[in-house]
Design a protein around this ligand. Structure first.
Ligand SMILES: Cc1cc2nc3c(=O)[nH]c(=O)nc-3n(C[C@H](O)[C@H](O)[C@H](O)COP(=O)(O)O)c2cc1C
Length: 356
């Protein structure tokens, strides 16, 4: 697989990033990108929020926005796949170009603005996947957001919970994408507590109650981290996904790239998101499961997040620069790192930074 990606990469990177992405989805759909999952290592299997994960490496939201290629993604070796963000109505997002790569720093900036086919298409695709793969071991997360023109966010989130709870292994409430005006304001205490309450009430009414995770931004002050920790713990949220993209622009990024509006992901986000994981783990006394995401491009990066407090990890941007072989490499690399540290199971590495 690494060899195939090496051949295809110059061609893909010569294209506009969004065209390259569309081609990748097509390649997955048609089987042009072959399966490359490795053996599952029993040391990497975990039960988190009541769900059995075959391995801790997941695909982050935004790659498969319409839930088009869930099974082909599992075939690449992911333990879990998060699809979406879906909004109730279809929307086209911001004008193109709206994704930018900086290969020298393995970084991406995007200002997509949730382009997606809307709930009906998304739901049909997930239903199809469920019908054709009833025995799948892969965990499917459904990431939900609000339409750009929705003045009452709780309406969209409740509607999506109601429609999708029965199909989800877990649901992610995305309140952290920087490209939907007002979305990140939902992270403030005054907005967050009533929103989560409404969403949780809606879940209680649904025909199934999947775990509910909240996805947060990395651009949070200490005080906000403390307030959010308290709010989510009291509300009874099942876990946090840390983090979405950042609005920060480190100085070392090339001027033309860093001046693009949007959320920055990939390598320049690695350390920042790890520190946010560390802070939330501390604030919640390690009681709330954390999925760590942001600039993971090696087993070492994943392990750093796990030691800071993440039970599982996700990635997206590194796939652009390293290809799908990375998933297997991270899983085997994690098993090696456990061995090095004399640990017989991944769960024993979670949060170890805090005990030393
Ligand atoms: C092109 C692109 C689109 C994204 N779209 C979404 C999205 O729709 N919903 C979401 O929650 N996160 C979205 N993200 C954020 C990722 O899920 C992830 O949190 C972030 O990119 C950090 O991880 P990474 O450095 O491994 O990419 C997107 C990221 C990229 C690069």
């Amino acid at each position: 697989m690494d060899f195939l990606f090496k051949i295809g990469k110059p061609f893909l990177h010569a294209l506009d990033p969004e065209d390259a992405h569309a081609l990748t989805i097509k390649g997955l759909k048609t089987g042009l990108i072959p399966p490359c999952a490795g053996q599952t290592d029993p040391r990497l299997k975990q039960t988190i929020a009541g769900l059995d994960f075959e391995n801790p490496v997941g695909l982050a939201a935004g790659f498969d926005k319409n839930a088009d290629v869930i099974q082909p993604l599992f075939n690449l070796g992911f333990g879990f796949v998060e699809v979406g963000t879906v909004t109730p109505k279809p929307q086209s997002g911001n004008p193109r170009p709206r994704i930018f790569r900086d290969p020298s720093n393995e970084a991406v900036i995007n200002r997509m603005g949730f382009p997606n086919g809307g709930l009906d298409i998304f739901k049909r695709n997930v239903e199809r996947f469920r019908q054709s793969h009833p025995d799948t071991k892969g965990i499917v997360g459904l990431n939900i957001g609000m339409n750009k023109d929705q003045g009452k966010p709780e309406k969209d989130y409740k509607h999506l919970v109601n429609e999708l709870a029965g199909l989800a292994d877990y649901l992610t409430v995305n309140i952290s994408s920087p490209n939907t005006p007002g979305l990140r304001n939902l992270q403030s205490k005054e907005n967050l507590v009533p929103l989560l309450q409404e969403i949780l009430n809606e879940r209680a009414r649904a025909n199934k109650q999947p775990p509910l995770f909240v996805k947060l931004a990395p651009d949070l002050e200490e005080k906000q981290i403390a307030e959010i920790s308290e709010s989510v713990s009291e509300a009874g949220i099942d876990g946090l996904i840390l983090t979405n993209t950042t609005l920060e622009r480190p100085d070392h990024l090339p001027e033309t790239f860093r001046s693009e509006t949007g959320g920055l992901s990939g390598k320049p986000l690695t350390r920042k998101s790890t520190e946010i994981i560390r802070a939330f783990y501390q604030q919640t006394d390690g009681k709330l499961p954390i999925i760590g995401v942001g600039g993971i491009s090696s087993a070492y990066d994943a392990y750093e997040k796990i030691k800071a407090g993440a039970s599982l990890v996700q990635l997206y941007s590194a796939l652009v620069f390293h290809g799908p072989g990375l998933i297997k490499n991270i899983n085997t690399g994690l098993a090696d790192l456990l061995e090095q540290d004399g640990l017989d199971h991944i769960s024993k590495a979670v949060g170890t930074d805090h005990s030393s």
